[in-house]
Design a protein. Structure first.
Length: 646
């Protein structure tokens, strides 16, 4: 397109060019542009390949982003190739002024040209500063904490305390009422809704000992000054210290996601597998003791495997034979009294309800009353149940959990006021010695959000090298030179500098969202680097054409001047490429509300990386390009010119 405009500038008036020649010029320019558009689109799409390969929760969250970006790039490329030529033929009219007449270009060149000349003069210092900045950014990234996903503020709190497994219904009801009253006393709380037990469905296995209380908060503008959500949780936790109750704090949506995806209702869980429930519970208690005191570990709790109370009714076979009874006779009485007997079905319109009858709860909860339960005999009339059966209370598992055909116990805890990765790493170091002491057939496994973190890290580490190879091949086919492809690819690590500084000083932990931001940044950095290399190659072509016609020898000074011209004369489109990205991303940094917690970690590395990669491309890429051409001139006595088509 540049060649077309330059040719048109030689004419007094674009409208005086014959129609046929005009169409041929536009057609030729569009054919040249289509190649660059194709490779740029492929590079951007290839950079999002790791996002497409994410699985689980992170895949469901970021796949729409990757698909949207891909479809936009494909449609954009199609419009550039198909629609742009038509619009050019309509709107390119009148005279064309040279770029030197544009005031924006003149101002940019006056600022940029002295800077690039200084960088070329002090080339070792320039390269050293970039390498030092890169060397500093890598330890900064390594020192950051890790988490699976940035904590999304849902605007509400889920309070999940757990009591002893043998707690009675009346006691749970009393605890629930006390807790709701204490929670409502906090000024930031708008509404409280608590429940105990579970619904009549197989998908909810919550025991009566697990309470779920949803706390709706007032708008943040009505909170006390300087109070955060963590402060509210800490205040509530201090008020709700009830003996025999272990508190747990999370959010409603993420809690359901955790329970469905990992079977763990907290951020992290240590699963202990084995064959015997008592042995599993003993090791789970040891794990809990080791985890106590670790910074960041909150709401530590061992899921009860024992402690459930059962009423055992064991039939005395010798006694029932004396009374002329059978085992079924005794069991049917117990079933009717405790389990209930279906009497009939009532019909109300289109609805049908079964009518059951059984003894009242006060009677069923009274062991002495159960012993006096009457069993009818043919010879001796009614006899008490204790005459034909032993009635006693025994202990057993309140609920048996199994996974992968093995019994399972779990140690649960949340992570607050610290990142997930370092907290679990410290916990794993403390538990390493315990793992070796487990009996044969017993083992431990980390689950919850940490399980998702490890899975996503493995996926990204596996696919990122493949993506870099694909991008390198695309640039190689675009430039037909491994050197030029590498020159564009080297902008990726320097884009890392700004992203690392942004997330470090913003106080953001490394997560899948940050990784997606870096992935999008790498595509933008490579695209901007390609634009610079294309214009530098154009400058080299002009140098060879000018010196070749006059048969003059190309000198290092010629190389320097033409490289500066190639970098400075087309400065505006390079800055436009960077500015469009910044203008679209920076407003997100000031966003707030639900969803901004996830968007900011994506945008931060892109904003910082675009700034540093643009600086590297504008100042260092021309320098490296010049050094490569000087080496070619010194080694071969000539420079290689790429016939790039863009």
């Amino acid at each position: 397109m540049k060649k077309l405009v330059n040719k048109l500038r030689g004419k007094k008036d674009y409208n005086r060019i014959p129609e046929l020649e005009r169409m041929r010029l536009i057609e030729k320019a569009c054919v040249q542009v289509s190649r660059g558009v194709f490779f740029s689109t492929v590079i951007i799409i290839a950079s999002f390949l790791p996002v497409f390969l994410l699985t689980g929760q992170e895949g469901k969250l970021f796949h729409p982003l990757a698909f949207t970006k891909t479809f936009i790039m494909m449609v954009d490329a199609l419009l550039v190739i198909v629609l742009a030529p038509v619009l050019i033929s309509f709107f390119m009219k009148g005279r064309f002024r040279p770029e030197t007449k544009n005031p924006v270009n003149r101002i940019l060149e006056k600022i940029y040209e002295p800077v690039i000349r200084a960088c070329i003069k002090w080339r070792k210092t320039t390269i050293a500063i970039n390498i030092i900045a890169l060397a500093i950014s890598i330890p900064m990234l390594m020192s950051l904490g890790k988490e699976f996903m940035p904590p999304l503020d849902e605007g509400s709190i889920l309070f999940m305390p757990v009591t002893l497994p043998d707690v009675s219904n009346s006691e749970v009801k009393r605890i629930l009422q006390v807790q709701d009253k204490l929670i409502k006393s906090v000024p930031e709380v708008k509404n409280v809704l608590g429940k105990a037990g579970r619904a009549n469905t197989a998908t909810d296995n919550s025991p009566i000992s697990m309470i779920e209380t949803i706390i709706l908060l007032k708008p943040q503008s009505e909170w006390r000054k300087g109070v955060s959500k963590n402060d509210i949780i800490n205040e509530l936790n201090a008020k709700l210290q009830i003996p025999g109750v272990t508190n747990g704090w999370t959010q409603p949506i993420i809690n359901r996601i955790n329970m469905l995806s990992t079977g763990i209702r907290t951020d992290v869980g240590v699963k202990v597998y084995g064959q015997n429930l008592d042995t599993i519970y003993a090791f789970a208690e040891k794990v809990k003791k080791e985890l106590e005191g670790i910074d960041g570990v909150k709401d530590l709790y061992v899921e009860p495997i024992t402690g459930g109370k059962y009423i055992d009714i064991i039939v005395k076979r010798d006694e029932i034979s004396r009374y002329g009874l059978t085992v079924d006779d005794v069991n049917s009485v117990v079933e009717i009294a405790l389990g209930g007997m279906r009497l009939t079905t009532t019909v109300e319109g289109r609805q049908r309800f079964s009518v059951n009858a059984r003894f009242g709860q006060d009677f069923r909860n009274n062991l002495e009353a159960l012993k006096r339960l009457q069993v009818q005999t043919m010879k001796y009339g009614p006899v008490p149940l204790e005459a034909v059966a032993d009635v006693k209370i025994t202990e057993g598992p309140p609920m048996i959990n199994s996974e992968n055909a093995m019994l399972r116990g779990t140690v649960l805890f949340n992570v607050r006021e610290r990142d997930l990765g370092s907290t679990v790493n410290e916990a794993r170091k403390k538990l390493d010695n315990m793992v070796t002491k487990l009996p044969k057939g017993y083992f431990m496994e980390w689950s919850g959000q940490y399980e998702n973190l490890i899975r996503s890290e493995k996926t990204l580490k596996l696919i990122l090298p493949v993506v870099l190879v694909i991008i390198f091949l695309c640039m190689y086919f675009a430039f037909h030179s491994a050197r030029e492809a590498f020159l564009s690819l080297v902008s990726i690590p320097f884009a890392l500098i700004g992203g690392a500084f942004m997330i470090y000083f913003w106080g953001v932990n490394l997560s899948v969202a940050v990784a997606v931001g870096f992935i999008a940044l790498f595509g933008l950095a490579v695209e901007t680097g390609i634009v610079m290399v294309i214009y530098l190659n154009d400058a080299m072509q002009q140098l060879v054409e000018n010196k070749g016609n006059s048969k003059e020898t190309i000198t290092n000074q010629d190389l320097r001047e033409y490289v500066i011209a190639g970098a400075a004369k087309r400065l505006r489109p390079k800055l436009m490429t960077v500015s469009v990205s910044l203008f679209a991303l920076i407003p997100i940094l000031w966003s707030h509300g639900v969803g901004s917690d996830v968007m900011k970690p994506i945008v931060l590395p892109m904003v910082g990386g675009v700034l540093t990669s643009a600086t590297h491309i504008l100042l260092v890429t021309p320098l490296i390009f010049l050094m490569a051409k000087e080496y070619e001139l010194r080694r071969h006595g000539k420079i290689d010119v790429l016939e790039t088509k863009h």
